[in-house]
Design a binder for this molecule. Structure first.
Ligand code: NAI
Length: 296
């Protein structure tokens, strides 16, 4: 029975919830009984400035539909303070949705140290800071749902987004490790790569496409991954405009060189090394070692 899934008694932190995707996630949780910490620094698209208005507005929206919410204006880099808000106001935390983010698009040869460091700080370090502050609470209670936000730019690579792509795929690495650490504690960690119209993408996508990419079409997947009935963990999902799909690693069967071999042998057998016919789908680190050790 999955009609009317709710989060009564659950405390949910959504970072960057003052606008775009985060706002929709927060509204969905608030409408379904969760007590929500609406975090947002209220800065600009490239990380400039700050304001309490964005988070306050979303808290008001949640309250106006009868939900419970509190605002927090800290940067995700001060993750402990965001979790403190949850603990002080609602007494616990059950779900963390790491969503906050900014862009500083620039081609690699023009990228400054600041363009690089700022993006790593907000996306990767910020996601780590919030999650690490919540982690002991989730471990102690033997329950937790963590949703990370990556990007197709990180998964596939994109021109002008080296700083963003690296940070976003760093988040996936963090998620993969935390999914393993959380496995025995009923803490599930999943990652989404959304596509949605927001101030982040309004200059990137054409108008007709933006009209189809409603940010509220991403939230139902976040909601399901955050729900106690969902057993999924260590998943990576592409989601947008009503479409959602799971991604996984694929490895060729590979080629095994016997005895001594040289780079000339590598060149000679390269087609076999990269041939995906009958490919495998490794899921845990041991699958890597097992492949190397396999005979014949
Ligand atoms: P958005 O710019 O509308 O929302 C991001 C929110 O994060 C803003 O409200 C902003 O004030 C907040 N924020 C920024 N830095 C913060 C900080 N240090 N601490 C707390 N809050 C902070 O952008 P959008 O599109 O809603 O993006 C949400 C997430 O989804 C981001 O992580 C983004 O990288 C990711 N994403 C979005 C895609 C899209 O198509 N919109 C594509 C792929 C990934």
């Amino acid at each position: 029975m999955t009609d009317g899934l709710r989060y009564d008694g659950r405390v949910v932190i959504v970072t960057g919830a003052g606008g775009g995707l985060g706002r929709q996630h927060a509204l969905m949780f608030g409408a379904r009984g969760a007590r929500v910490v609406v975090n947002d620094l209220g800065g600009g698209r490239t990380g400039d400035g700050s304001s309490s208005a964005a988070a306050d507005r979303v808290v008001e929206e949640i309250r106006s539909i009868g939900g419970e919410a509190v605002a927090n204006y800290d940067s995700v880099t001060d993750g402990a303070r965001i979790v403190e808000t949850a603990l002080e106001v609602f007494g616990t935390v059950d779900v963390v949705v790491n969503n906050a983010g900014i862009l500083r698009d620039v081609s690699f040869h023009k990228m400054t140290d600041q363009d690089w460091t700022l993006l790593q700080n907000i996306h990767l370090n910020g996601t780590c800071a919030v999650t690490q502050a919540a982690w002991p609470v989730l471990r102690d209670k033997g329950y937790g749902r963590v949703i990370m936000t990556t990007s197709a730019a990180g998964i596939y690579g994109n021109f002008g987004q080296a700083n963003y792509a690296a940070a976003k795929l760093g988040i996936l690495g963090l998620a993969n490790a935390l999914a393993e650490e959380g496995r025995t504690k009923n803490i599930h960690v999943n990652t989404i790569a959304p596509i949605a119209a927001s101030r982040m993408t309004e200059t990137v996508f054409p108008k007709e496409l933006l009209d189809r990419l409603r940010p509220e079409a991403v939230s139902p997947l976040v909601g399901w991954l955050a729900h106690e009935l969902c057993t999924e963990t260590k998943g990576l999902f592409e989601v947008g405009a009503g479409y959602m799909a799971k991604l996984r690693w694929e490895r060729t069967n590979g080629y095994r060189f016997g005895g001594d071999f040289t780079l000339d042998d590598v060149a000679r057998h390269w087609d076999a090394v990269v041939d995906f016919t009958g490919a495998e789908h490794p899921v845990v680190m041991h699958d890597s070692l097992a492949a190397v050790q396999r005979e014949g």
